[in-house]
Write a protein that binds this ligand. Sequence first.
Ligand SMILES: O=C(O)[C@H](CS(=O)(=O)O)OP(=O)(O)O
Ligand code: MG
Length: 235
Amino acid sequence: MQVHVCFTPGEYPGCGERHIAVVIDVFRATSSMAAAMFHGCKMICPVRTVEEALQLRQNEYPAALLAGERKGLLIPGFDLGNSPLEYTAAVVDGREIIMTTTNGTQALNHVSQAATVYTAAFVNAAAVCERLRNAATDVMVLCSGTEGRFALEDALCAGLIAGRLAENAVLSDTAVAALAMYRDFCCSGNMIPRVAASSHASYLRQIGYSQDVAYCLQHDIYPVVPVFTQGKVTL
Ligand SMILES: O=C(O)[C@H](CS(=O)(=O)O)OP(=O)(O)O
Ligand SMILES: [Mg+2]
């Protein structure tokens, strides 16, 4: 098995070959998805636009919660934003969710043709790596990035995953680079303040979501492996 990292969605080569895709959006879509699935959410439909979300609820899932963000903020008329702290059992247990976000739900739809698609973040990395450990096909780790650009937090999480798989896999050059980056941040012992100084973390603080930064950087708190298939994320 080879592990390759795409630092931005534009680097994703498409699905000429069969592979497993792992989509990462640490701030904050895949962290929120892990929180939701851990707290009993039945399924999440990740869609690209607000209009799609509204139509899907009207036509197929009238009881679903509408979730997501634009510019990081709650979308008017929606039930939930994009903070993992909102996805508690009291809110999501037994519920269906339709979610649209700036980067994460776009990236998921971008790789929807892959043989298998998992969603990952620091909060559920161990469970995802466990599932991938004996994969028979190559693993393509896709960082959602920020509006097509590199996002530090996603690259670091890709490095963590690459490192955990390294024993049973060949790492591509980008996977080696992601792992080196992760080790540098991790070994410095002050990963949280360093990532908190990144552009996306600074923006989240500016709009009132400073708690989300430290929360999303917690490792392995949710032992769930969300799978995206036929338009739905389930366990
Ligand atoms: O809510 C988020 O953290 C981002 C949007 S923004 O970059 O903060 O405006 O969305 P995501 O799709 O989770 O990257
Ligand atoms: Mg993001």
